[in-house]
Ligand binder design. Structure first.
Ligand code: NDP
Ligand code: HSE
Length: 441
């Protein structure tokens, strides 16, 4: 049998500990798959107690640079998080000829261009399956399994923490703070959980997905991001009445004018499979021309599920590290010199259907005024819910609008908001019906 592949790992938190467990518990199976041992020989740990009960017998450093400078290591696993030190470490490891495996979507979404270019120059791999959707092998599925397709769009529930919070709040009646605290305790949340609840984490992931789906450079700065903080139980109830569920969705869609890249709470049909994805689970729907739609579901967060993806990447690296670099799967699915900088559309240019909740005075003619202002922008109403609340001065008017250009809706909303009868800021949510686009068949 060939020599072991020598692995170093920086970070011994939720994902790091999971990786030690998976590598040791499944060592025999992994060796049978690779044909050589994956041996974790050197780890960097800031808090020594993190290693307790893991049975790790290799070298331990407290300085991450000790691993970058360790000539014995073939691969460096980065599960420390953050973007500054992690970027410097990865670039130095790559320059030293080490392959890299990382779960760090923030780092790759923000500095991916620099890191992938460096890896290309030095002939090493940067593997990042764990960075998107935890255990789900979505990078491999899109990059390799769908390589024969032109991908139309990708839409997914890709933040386990916010999906867990929405599930616990609206199904179990927990408060936002209770649900978030539990998600942190279970190891789902980021070190800074505002990345989860304000949409940044999902934006990092959908940015990476857009690159491998369409062959475009990594463009995080152009992603439109909205989180889940403003959602209220009343909107969940109205959405249900209209036949929808609300989920935080990442969407990357190719249009003739460019690419839509966005994360926001979204109404999706209640009878769609995605609507039934609960708790920390993730699911990604891919619409492509030959395959049609395909759906990928699984655990999107947590130590062992994420470790599953880290170890799969280690297996891939071990299998191809001796191959000529030009025979490996390209980092972003398309050859590095074939990436196309398609325009990223501003949110005003997207095409979508919408849900509106307008709190307005309860008097005749209000609805007609709203409908007129929408019609002036060419926007049609598909459904309407108006609840009479006895004795209330204002009532919610809930509208479902047909697909329109968001910039046109902005104009109508400004005018509706300016009506004296409209009492509060209007809530606008996007609606995705997730219908299949035209395929070959
Ligand atoms: P944790 O905060 O649980 O673990 C990070 C670990 O890195 C901690 O043990 C921390 O040390 C250590 N660390 C931080 N800075 C240093 C440093 N300078 N030197 C040495 N060690 C350091 O995070 P997670 O394990 O949850 O996440 C790690 C990465 O994986 C992140 O990039 C995250 O986005 C990503 N990820 C996480 C998932 C999850 O479900 N948790 C899923 C998918 C990806 P200390 O113990 O002292 O704080
Ligand atoms: N904080 C992330 C989530 C971890 O909740 O989905 C997985 O990337």
């Amino acid at each position: 049998m060939a020599d072991p592949v020598r692995v170093g790992m920086v970070g011994m938190g939720t994902v790091g500990q999971g990786t030690v467990r998976v590598l040791s518990q499944n060592a025999a199976e992994i060796t049978r798959r690779v044909g050589r041992e994956l041996r974790l020989v050197h780890v960097c740990v800031r808090t020594p107690s993190r290693l307790e009960n893991l049975g790790f017998a290799g070298r331990v450093s407290t300085d991450p640079w000790a691993l970058v400078g360790d000539p014995e290591l073939d691969v460096l696993v980065e599960v420390m998080g953050g973007t500054d030190l992690a970027r410097e470490l990865l670039l130095a490891a790559i320059a030293a000829g080490k392959h890299v495996v990382t779960a760090n979507k923030a780092l790759l979404a923000e500095h991916g261009e620099e890191i992938f270019a460096a890896a290309q120059r030095h002939g090493v791999m940067v593997a990042f399956e764990a960075a998107v959707a935890g255990a789900i092998p979505i990078i491999k599925a899109v990059r390799e399994g769908l390589a024969g397709n032109r991908i139309h769009w990708v839409a997914g529930i890709i933040n386990g923490t916010s999906n867990y919070i929405l599930s616990q709040m609206f199904r179990e009646g927990w408060s936002f703070a209770e649900a978030l605290a539990k998600a942190q305790e279970l190891g789902y949340a980021e070190a800074d959980p505002s990345l989860d609840v304000d949409g940044g984490d999902a934006a990092h992931k959908i940015t990476l997905m857009a690159s491998i789906a369409f062959g475009i450079p990594v463009s995080f700065a152009h992603c439109h991001v909205e989180g889940i903080r403003q959602l209220q139980g009343v909107d969940v109830a109205f959405a249900a009445e209209l036949g929808y569920r609300i989920k935080l969705l990442g969407v990357a869609r190719r249009r003739s004018q460019g690419v839509e890249l966005r994360v926001h709470p979204t109404l999706i049909p209640a009878d769609h499979l995605l609507a039934h994805v609960e708790g920390p689970f993730n699911a990604i729907l891919v619409d492509s021309d030959a395959a049609g739609q395909s759906l990928y579901y699984g655990r999107g967060a947590g130590g062992d599920p994420t470790a599953s993806a880290i170890v799969a990447d280690l297996v891939d690296v071990a299998r191809t590290m001796t191959a000529d670099p030009c025979h490996r799967v390209p980092h972003l699915a398309f050859q590095a010199d074939a990436l196309e900088p398609l325009p990223l559309l501003p949110i005003s240019e997207i095409q979508c259907a919408y849900y509106l909740r307008i709190q307005a005075e309860n008097r005749p003619g209000v609805l007609a005024q709203v409908a007129t202002l929408l019609a002036e922008q060419g926007i049609s109403i598909e459904a309407l819910v108006q609840k009479e609340i006895p004795g209330a001065a204002t009532v919610p008017i809930v509208l479902l609008l047909q697909q329109c250009r968001e910039g046109d809706l902005d104009v109508a909303l400004q005018r509706i908001q300016a009506l004296r009868v409209v009492a509060e800021p209007i809530l606008r949510l996007r609606v995705e019906n997730l219908r299949e686009e035209e395929s070959f068949s």
